[in-house]
Structure formats: structure tokens, C-alpha cells
Ligand binder design. Structure first.
Ligand code: TXA
Ligand code: MG
Length: 318
């Protein structure tokens, strides 16, 4: 049985015993373990069925903890930390030997952030080690934004889910690395590019830099529902290609009811990308549970977080 409650003492005792605990963050739920214990970290890879070449983000309580994990920290990294932590920004920095190789998948960098969730911050403050935590979903599945999503994925296989309610931001953290003192974007996420660029100037793109790869976990097909999934600029013309199928449609804003569609869902009532991001994964998970023949999602307007949502929709499409 997987227990769900908001008792950080239970979470703490399990983590001290090198067990896994699902933790809430402002972005998505994480599957956490003692980052300094190879045995504990290996349990994460085993439970998620995650390939060992895909490194984990390490969650810390304070900027002081950063210096225990990383070295050669550029001034720009400190500026970003001061501006956005606690918050949905992950920094890639040169690792210190204390960080086990299995956490970084053999990379010389370690990914670090301070998450912005009161329960998880309180937990981190009480632990004598940082927490390695990927999103709490099986490899290639949609990231969980509610405790019940985690329970559905790992029921009986995970002892404890620390219940922090629904995640506020709903999309994973933005990942930034550094190359000759310039900031490089590795993954779009909840921390908005234009806000980061106020501090860094124009971000370099990891995928266009021939020396660098995108974050190794950013496989093209990712965050994928089990239901066939297409993303399109116009759902009305797309449904015409699939007459007779049991279709679910996902749009940014509410659209007119259409009898040809089995279910229609929208991401925002308020014309807000932030609201759409918060709702994205939970809505995808709901649609995926409806035994549809096909999910048709319509692209968001291509700006700000709309762009980031479009990135995730493309990775979800089969
Ligand atoms: O918001 C988030 O970032 C959530 C919460 C739980 O913090 N975590 C999350 O973890 O999204 P995960 O494992 O699903 O995605 C982490 C990404 C992967 O694409 C991984 O490849 C990349 O971070 N990453 C981690 N360490 C890295 C490293 N040393 N170098 C390059 N990429 C790294
Ligand atoms: Mg993930």
C-alpha cells in the first residue's frame, strides 16, 4: 500500500533509511532519494524504468548547499539563483566528487535547483543530504502534477507520497547551463525565457551548439499518452480526417461544442498561458484515461509559456 499524507516526519524517516518518497514541487511531483546514496538513487532508476544514461536533478535547501555539490560556479549562476530560487530553474554546474556518478550519469556537470514548495523546503531543511529527484512517472509517461497521479503510476511499489496538493506551475523546470560564461538553454520550462534573459542577455541554444546536446532526457517522444495523439494548428480540419473515431480535443481556450467530438477540454478560462501550463499534464492524464481512439491537441499561440506548452505537445505526439 502506498500511503499519502502531508507528514514530513514520515518522509524524512523513509529518506534517512534510503527509501524513495514522492515529493511535491511547484513544477511536478518528484520521485526523491538521498542524492549521496548510490543504493537509494539506483532505486529511482529501477522504479521508473529509466535508462541509466539519463541524469537526475539534485534538489537543495539553500545556495550554501550549492557549493557542497558544485565547483567553478560562474557569477551568472549566482545571479540566476538569487533571482529565481526557490523556483523552477535548474542550473547545470561542474560537479564535485561528492555527487555520485549515477546521479549525473557520468557527466561532469550536476543539475541543481531549490524547489519552491513549502513542504518540500521544510523537508530539505531537516535532511542531512540533498534529494535527487526526477519527475515521479514511469519513463516516457506524462509527468504527475497531483498526488493521485503518482499513486496511479506506482501504487504498492512506493511507500509514501508527501501530499502537497496540485502543483502550482505544472510544467518541469527550465534548465540552464553555462559555456564560456554565457548562459545556455537546455530545456524550456516553467521559468520564462524572457525573465531569464533580463539577467543573462540572449540565451544560447544547446541544440544549435554543435559541442552540446540537449538535456539527455529530452527525447523527442516523451510525456506521451498511451492514446494516439496528434497536435495540429486547426483541430476542426483535423477531425474531418478521423470521422467515426472516438475523439478527444484539447484546446487553449473553450471552443464551441461539436457533436462529432466525444470530449472537448480546454486549458484556460482566462486566456492565460500560466493557467494552461498548470492544467496541461492533468488534462492529458484525464484524456488518456477515457479510452479514446485519438486525442487531437491544438497548438497554443507561439509566445512565452505557449511555446513551452507547444514543445510538450509535440513530444507527446505519436
Ligand atoms: O521541475 C523539474 O525539473 C522536476 C522536479 C521534480 O524538480 N524534475 C524533472 O526531472 O523534470 P526529470 O528527471 O524528469 O528531468 C530532468 C532533466 C532530464 O532531461 C535530464 O536529462 C536533465 O534534466 N539533466 C539532469 N542532469 C543533467 C546533467 N548533468 N546534464 C544535462 N542534463 C541533465
Ligand atoms: Mg521527467
Amino acid at each position: 500500500m502506498t500511503q499519502i499524507s502531508s507528514d514530513i516526519e514520515i518522509a524524512k524517516q523513509l529518506l534517512l533509511a534510503n527509501e524513495l518518497v514522492a515529493i511535491p514541487t511547484e513544477t511536478v511531483y518528484g520521485l526523491a532519494a538521498n542524492a549521496f546514496s548510490e543504493a537509494a538513487v539506483k532505486k529511482i532508476f529501477a522504479l521508473k524504468n529509466r535508462p541509466s544514461f539519463n541524469p537526475l536533478i539534485v534538489h537543495i535547501a539553500s545556495v550554501a548547499d550549492l557549493e557542497k555539490l558544485a565547483t567553478n560556479i560562474p557569477p551568472l549562476a549566482y545571479k540566476l539563483a538569487a533571482a529565481f530560487w526557490p523556483g523552477p530553474l535548474t542550473l547545470l554546474l561542474k560537479k564535485k566528487p561528492i555527487v555520485p556518478e549515477c546521479v549525473t550519469a557520468g557527466n561532469t556537470t550536476v543539475a541543481v535547483r531549490i524547489p519552491n514548495h513549502p513542504l518540500t523546503l521544510a523537508l530539505l531543511n531537516q535532511l542531512p543530504f540533498p534529494l535527487a529527484a526526477p519527475s515521479a512517472n514511469p519513463f516516457m509517461s506524462i509527468s504527475p502534477t497531483k498526488p493521485e497521479h503518482v499513486k496511479n503510476y506506482f501504487d504498492g511499489k512506493l511507500k509514501y507520497i508527501l501530499d502537497g496538493g496540485a502543483c502550482h506551475d505544472g510544467i518541469e523546470s527550465t534548465i540552464i547551463g553555462f559555456s564560456s560564461n554565457k548562459a545556455v538553454l537546455y530545456r524550456e520550462g516553467s521559468c520564462e525565457i524572457w525573465e531569464i534573459e533580463k539577467i543573462t542577455g540572449k540565451l544560447l541554444s544547446a541544440s544549435s551548439d554543435s559541442d552540446k546536446l540537449e538535456a539527455p532526457g529530452m527525447m523527442k517522444k516523451h510525456y506521451a499518452p498511451k492514446t494516439p495523439f496528434v497536435v495540429t494548428i486547426n483541430y476542426r480540419s483535423e477531425i474531418k480526417k478521423h470521422i467515426g473515431k472516438k475523439i478527444g480535443v484539447l484546446t487553449f481556450l473553450e471552443v464551441e461544442k461539436d457533436e462529432a467530438i466525444f470530449t472537448q477540454k480546454h486549458l484556460s478560462n482566462d486566456n492565460s498561458f500560466k493557467e494552461a501550463a498548470t492544467n496541461l499534464y492533468a488534462t492529458l492524464i484525464d484524456l488518456d484515461a477515457m479510452h479514446l481512439d485519438l486525442i487531437i491537441a491544438e497548438y497554443m499561440p507561439n509566445q512565452g509559456l505557449g511555446n513551452t506548452i507547444n514543445d510538450r505537445l509535440e513530444r507527446a505526439s505519436s
